[in-house]
Design a protein around this ligand. Structure first.
Ligand code: HEM
Length: 397
């Protein structure tokens, strides 16, 4: 197996052709082997695990044989990764649980899981419903809306800010700076600084006046000021964008799939079925969890060289024909890798499910006669390697 370099010309997993039909690309790659060299973003090379067995092998053997810490990324160390590369933004080291291995990861992750475990799901349902209603009120009288821009995108961010117990001013600063960061414009560094200062202010506030919210629980877990800021940022970044994507694809599924259309409104098939199927077919995070081989390794005849990122394709693994899960048997089947697996698996799948289900139910309840305003075939995926999602979801009601 060749190392994934420019000369070898590995296939791209970015750009318009890829986003138009990622599963066609995954099928072609899987025909070449379980783990294949790819171009992750322009000028950034690595491997992609495309079979279910390979994905599980990597995730289950982290951190014993594979590291998450990007200190192992040779191209980054050598200054070969373009400064403005989307891969750099998503894969560079940060001081939080996502990028740590071993005891350091365990300590930071424990603080997160302990804090999230205290979230009262009944209160969460009420919070999501309240936020959903507020958003729907802004367009309910129009008879039409874009449910991505006006609903699926803002709802999870506002929900997470509520979970953190952010007062309005700090919450608005966080929302504003996160959207500037995602635009990746010239003021990204300033947006990052603004975001960090809002998180720090929130920490100070909760230290003085703790209440029953995620920020106060994280403080009880004994995180330092710097760890608090990075952990709040991690949770916001890990929670909001994938949940937005999930709600968007979920709404599309119930509006277009004949096995759901009508029946979800009637309560015959639960919304949760539609959402679980999407975690198989359109996982919000299709490719991520960059790992680094600790020493030369082999997997099913593939040689894995240290120093290169190996991304796990959750989307390709879920679609692996070797799994033999027929599309009809996917609802209620949680064998997918939509929330990853192993030590870095998503610590909040139940919270994600509660947010997405409540958001779908609220939209269907509040918008009678909800239907797509354009043919399903006109809907487009956002371009991108790491985060899936629809560009828009125009509806009438
Ligand atoms: C449908 C929505 C969601 C999906 C599909 C999803 C999926 C994932 C995936 C695939 C990972 C592994 C990433 C990697 O290892 O590189 C992950 C990690 C993580 N997720 Fe989620 N997630 C969702 C919602 C949430 C929510 C609501 C929260 C918190 C409230 C959350 C918090 C986290 C955190 C903190 C991590 C890092 C865990 C670690 O590294 O130990 N996620 N998520």
């Amino acid at each position: 197996m060749t190392a994934p370099t420019e000369a070898a010309g590995p296939p791209p997993i970015h750009g318009e052709a890829f986003s138009a039909d990622p599963h066609a690309v995954y099928d072609r790659l899987r025909a070449q082997g379980p783990i294949v060299p790819v171009e992750i973003s322009p000028g950034v090379y690595g491997y992609l695990a495309v079979s279910y067995r390979a994905a599980v092998h990597l995730l289950r053997n982290t951190p014993a044989r594979f590291a998450k810490d990007p200190a192992h990324w040779a191209a980054l160390r050598n200054g070969e990764v373009p400064q403005d590369s989307p891969a750099r933004m998503m894969m560079q080291p940060r001081d939080n649980a996502l990028w740590k291995d071993g005891p350091e990861h365990a300590r930071l992750r424990r603080a997160i899981t302990n804090s999230l475990a205290r979230v009262d799901t009944h209160a969460l349902v009420e919070s999501v419903a309240r936020i959903a209603d507020r958003l729907i009120d802004t367009f309910a009288g129009d008879g039409r809306a874009d449910l991505i821009a006006q609903y699926a995108d803002p709802l999870p961010m506002l929900t997470v800010i509520d979970m953190f117990g952010c007062p309005a001013g700090i919450g608005e600063r966080i929302v504003h700076s996160v959207s500037r960061l995602f635009e990746a414009g010239a003021d990204a560094a300033q947006a990052n600084a603004d975001l960090e200062s809002a998180c720090l202010e929130l920490t100070y506030l909760k230290r003085i006046r703790p209440v029953r919210d995620v920020t106060s629980h994280l403080i009880v877990e004994g995180l330092s000021e710097a760890e608090m800021v990075q952990t709040i940022l991690l949770i916001i970044g890990a929670a909001a964008p994938p949940t937005s994507s999930h709600i968007g694809y979920g709404l599309r599924r119930v509006l277009t799939d004949p096995s759901f259309a009508g029946s979800v409104h009637d309560g015959v098939r639960p919304v949760s079925d539609a959402l679980e199927e999407i975690l198989w077919d359109n996982p919000p995070i299709p490719n991520y969890c960059p790992l680094y081989a600790l020493g030369e390794q082999q997997f099913e005849g593939v040689h894995l060289a240290p120093g290169y990122p190996i991304l796990v394709s959750f989307a390709a693994a879920n679609g692996d024909p070797a799994l033999k899960v027929p599309p009809g048997a996917r609802a209620g089947n949680r064998g997918h890798l939509g929330f990853s697996a192993g030590v870095h698996a998503c610590p909040a799948p139940d919270l994600a499910r509660v947010i997405a289900e409540t958001a779908l139910e609220r939209a269907l309840d509040r918008l009678p006669g909800l239907d797509l305003a354009v043919p399903d075939g006109d809907l487009r995926n956002k371009p991108g390697t790491f985060l899936a999602g629809l560009t828009s979801l125009p509806v009438i009601f």
